[in-house]
Design a protein around this ligand. Sequence first.
Ligand SMILES: [Zn+2]
Length: 332
Amino acid sequence: MQETIRTLCQTYGPSGSERRVLEEVEKLIAPHVDETRYDLLGNLIARVGSGGRKLMFAAHADEIGLVVHYIDEKGYLRVTPLGGVYHQHLMGRRVEFANGTVGVIGLEQRNVTAGKHDWQNIYVDIGAKDRAAAEKRVKVGDAAAFSRTSVFQDDVVVSKALDDRLGCAVLVEALKKLGGSAENECHFVFTVQEELGCRGARTSAYGITPDAAYAVDVTTTGDTPLSNPMPCNLGEGVAIKMMDGGTVIPTRVRDLMIGLCEANGLPYQREVLRGGTTDVFAIQFTKEGVPIGAVSIPTRYVHQPSEMASLTDTEAAVGLIAALANADHSAI
Ligand SMILES: [Zn+2]
């Protein structure tokens, strides 16, 4: 599990550039699935099991990042966010481009004292002496992702891109646990461009037309100093979503998920996320509609360069996905 998380988190894959992550996933799951394919938008779809109902499990392979929109004459890069990046978290952080070029995020000095953090006064410094030198390494339109190692410490993992490589790792480990068979026809989808509006989930769900669909993604917690009230805490189990900013999970699906946790001794907590959503937001609107569920992993510092989650919660999520893959869905 730890090596799967480390491999997937450390691989470069901002939205629109997920292919390296998907190739790593493909290597890990190949022995445990009947077939893998890519759809035209770039989602990786793996099929396992037969009979029962057609189920879709989605985790997104992309991570948030920055895109270069202008390179000035002194070689500094101006950037625009790719997904939900907050500029106040960026000062002094490192980012890395697809070719390995590393940059440091700076704030114009006059604005440091003024306390102004804005996309207009942030830049990325790759140490180039002028525009021509910078352009040898980076071009307008290139995307960078945060650069951070992954650390395992007691029950937690600290890393960039836990959102949502942790979800991808859960699907990979669930496939290993299933060992190449399932009671339902299961399509495990590693989606692209979730951070830009669940784009990959939309096309892959259309192609699959599932009878029910589940997303695995991170959610926030209420256990840091002076945090907003939130019922999910690190280390207290997998979170079963009731509702978020884009979905209301049908009662029969929630009940199935809770029943499986109880039957399998998996620790769980109930989740209501007041903003934000997951891939099942897009999937629920497929054709005539799809019943959806969402498996969440409580995570601190979501969308910041170092996110933190619990291995206990992650293991419980693996158990729940494997149980769902084999569960009777005739009443859903
Ligand atoms: Zn996510």
